[in-house]
Design a protein around this ligand. Structure first.
Ligand code: GAR
Length: 185
């Protein structure tokens, strides 16, 4: 019988990074035991359904406080006993209620500590550096501030914004898969 480690994946939108995890790691190197989204309209929902991965939809708009939302998320996740929770495009600021109870990693599309928060790809493209990139880091209560696990960088020279964006979207998938392997190892 397979004795793979269990992970949870959280997403808010398109879910292309979630799809990459499903296609490359799921049922091979680890098992995605639950997918969770805060957005009932997230496109990633259909990826979970197609792969028959248990899905939890917890609409963040229905909660009055971040803490109230986080406590429901923690409770649902704990029912699946994941060894690691992966934030793959999960666009929520998390409180210590989550960060102190759930071992989790986050993908961010910049070379942290540069450009924390939203619009990181645009900000990286426009900044003064010749390179940009992506980071995977442990989640702490500081937004995009936990210990970095790994980073991948690319040169910006000669790239249009569209080409830069496309490269970032490609290397972030490799970075996330590599970081999951590293943390589960
Ligand atoms: C990705 O580019 C990811 O790096 C970014 O959201 C996108 C989600 O895409 N995450 C953040 O900006 C986190 N602060 P996806 O839904 O297609 O995986």
């Amino acid at each position: 019988m397979a004795n793979r480690k269990k992970i949870a994946v959280l997403f808010s939108g398109k879910g292309s990074n979630f799809a990459h995890i499903v296609n490359t790691l799921h049922k091979k190197e680890c098992d995605v035991v639950v997918a969770l989204t805060n957005n009932p309209k997230a496109e990633g929902i259909k990826i979970a359904k197609e792969a028959s991965i248990p899905l939890e939809v917890i609409d963040s708009k229905a909660y009055e406080s971040r803490e109230a939302f986080d406590s429901v998320v923690v409770e649902r996740l704990e029912a699946y006993q994941p060894e690691l929770t992966v934030l793959a495009g999960f666009m929520r600021i998390l409180t210590p209620l989550f960060t102190e109870q759930i071992k989790s990693i986050n993908l961010h599309p910049s070379l942290l500590p540069r450009h924390k928060g939203l619009k990181a790809i645009e900000k990286s493209y426009e900044d003064e550096y010749t390179n940009g990139g992506v980071s995977v880091h442990y989640v702490s209560s500081e937004l995009d501030g936990g210990e970095v696990i790994l980073q991948k960088e690319i040169a910006k020279e000669g790239l249009s914004f569209e080409a830069y964006d496309e490269k970032i979207r490609s290397i972030e998938k490799e970075a996330l898969a590599e970081a999951i392997r590293k943390v589960l190892d």
